[in-house]
Design a protein around this ligand. Sequence first.
Ligand code: NAD
Ligand code: UDP
Length: 313
Amino acid sequence: MNQKKILVTGGAGFIGSHLCERLLKEGNEVLCLDNYFTGSKSNIVHLMDNPYFEVIRHDVVHSFHVDVDEIYNLACPASPVHYQYNPIKTIKTSVMGAINMLGLAKRVKAKILQASTSEVYGDPHVHPQPESYWGNVNPIGIRSCYDEGKRCAETLFMDYHRQNGVKIKIVRIFNTYGPKMNPADGRVVSNFIVQALKGEDITIYGDGTQTRSFQYVDDLVEAMIRMMNSADSFIGPVNTGNPGEFTMLELANLVLELTNSKSKLVFKPLPSDDPKQRKPDISLAKKELGWEPKIALKDGLIKTIEYFDTILK
Ligand code: NAD
Ligand code: UDP
């Protein structure tokens, strides 16, 4: 087998830890880099015995030198609660992290994949969102540190590609959920499940009619690996998400049904700039990667509920 040396930044986080596990299973050598801002050793502790797995505590805001074949750049807090905790640090992580990792890729001639986001579309006026849509982002709002940081990272990726010939891949990830989400990170799927399991009120922000499309983490990892392994000429950006679209009220009711919970719905103010609707157009991923999600929301929620049920006991 052709063993590759792969760096995963943000590897101790929710998505990163699933990615590290899958890359190791495929026989690669994996270097997991993380500053543990939102990630945790408990997400990767089960991989520590593997001699081909290495963990490095490092902040991507500072440069880093290592010889690798591929880089997956995931380091960045993803939940609004966490990325708004220190917005200046968030934008530094996206922008300086991208510069440092692209510089590394350029030096060692590694291929590099950026975990971008559906947030580059902001509060979209085009629905569903194709990659050709330039988005509707407030540059000065409370979500901007994340949205604009990720947009700038995409620009840097494109410019390192055009100016220096770096082999890049950009994946725009839509809302993703699954086991190993941080129970306290404030995202809607983890909030609703934790609240339902604890019998606490389910917090609906706004009137709950805003929509999101939820992708199970295994589907995303499959798309990221297919993207990394695709022809060098295909650089993206490519959407990865599940086109099933649900209101937050529908999600809350499904979680209540699957957990058999008696929790009540309570309505809280809608945070500013909260996008009203979001749904990926995945035609490009289907065409170029032969990929489409396989796990329906109900099935993914059952697995995620099992996980939270275990860790909350
Ligand atoms: P997460 O918060 O669980 O993981 C992020 C990881 O990055 C954590 O382990 C954290 O400690 C680490 N990190 C943060 N800042 C760092 C820094 N300066 N240096 C080194 N490590 C740092 O979030 P996630 O959901 O796993 O998201 C992973 C990536 O995917 C992020 O880049 C995020 O923007 C992107 N993404 C996620 C979603 C989603 O729905 N989960 C959607 C779109 C994009
Ligand atoms: N949301 C909610 N209750 C919660 C947490 C979030 O109603 O306890 C809403 C939030 O306002 C947004 C949607 O759920 O409309 C998705 O929020 P999340 O933070 O998961 O992701 P993002 O807004 O970044 O898509």
